[in-house]
Ligand binder design. Structure first.
Ligand code: ARG
Length: 270
């Protein structure tokens, strides 16, 4: 695990571009961890979820950045491999993993019991609450769940996400709008085509910074202690043990805190 901390600090100091050899097709991104490594470990993600992962043009090259990409890089470094990231709709990720198309998934994914029947999860690396994103204009009209649980209200959530289930459970009387990509939900919210979007708090706060006219409602919904974990194919205990060791190291060394704050800063345009 010694080389890990070295690699992480290098990653943080030298910026993301040093790992990047660019994009080989529109949804595949290669990151060179070390020139001497010949093999790639393949990570699946859904890059529509800043600060977890999102697309960004870094010094003229289109790439993916964020907390989960940095974790993927740390895992690849520990394995002595370069990293290939496959970017897909969130609702495709577990299927890709079960079919062996990717080696692991990191996508701000919450380890639910239902998912744990299909894949195995690492420890939780980052905890976040669920919040409701709405517009500044509507903010004062929604003081409680009841104010939104009406058939005139349209609630948005991402397809395949826990927020979709949360929308079903919390707002049975509302209309639902389920889309594949989170930015499309935000666009509909801004255009007044839906009234609220369910998201993890750091994601909602990122959009607050980047999109004018939005607001996060005060009251919380769902499980307070939700979090994200890395998923591997069921039974891949060897890879899971390495991933857990990397996560433990990132958490205990404080490197993950730095990764999180850097990703939040990067997403806010600083
Ligand atoms: N945490 C939620 C879930 O596991 C949402 C994750 C969405 N992630 C993404 N990359 N779009 O269902």
């Amino acid at each position: 695990m010694k080389k890990l901390i070295g690699i992480i600090s290098i990653a943080l100091l030298i910026t993301l571009t040093s790992f990047m050899s660019g994009c080989t097709s529109s949804n595949i991104f290669n990151y060179i961890v070390d020139d001497s490594y010949t093999d790639y470990i393949v990570m699946g993600t859904s890059a529509d979820y800043p600060p977890y992962e999102w697309p960004m043009n870094v010094e003229g090259t289109q790439t993916l950045v964020g907390i989960d990409i940095q974790i993927g890089l740390a895992i690849a470094a520990e394995l002595g491999m370069n990293l290939q990231v496959v970017n897909k709709g969130f609702d495709f990720l577990l299927d890709d993993l079960s079919k062996g198309k990717v080696d692991f998934v990191i996508a701000g994914m919450t380890p639910t019991d239902e998912r744990a029947e299909i894949v195995d999860f690492s420890m939780v690396y980052y905890e976040a609450h669920q919040v409701i994103l709405t517009t500044l204009e509507n903010q004062d009209n929604y003081a409680s769940i009841e104010d939104l649980n009406l058939n005139t209200i349209r609630i948005g959530a991402q397809m395949g996400s826990i927020q979709l289930d949360l929308a079903e459970d919390t707002f049975p009387d509302s209309q639902k709008v389920y889309l594949q990509a989170v930015p499309d939900l935000i666009m509909k919210l801004s255009q007044g085509l839906i009234e609220a979007v369910l998201l993890e708090q750091p994601v909602a706060e990122g959009y607050l910074t980047n999109v004018e006219g939005l607001a996060v409602l005060e009251f919380e919904i769902g499980e307070p202690d939700g979090g994200s974990a890395v998923a591997v194919e069921k039974g891949n205990t060897e890879l899971l043990a390495t991933i857990n060791a990397v996560l433990e190291d990132l958490i205990n060394s404080g490197a993950l805190d730095i990764i999180v704050s850097e990703a939040i800063l990067l997403n806010s345009g600083e």
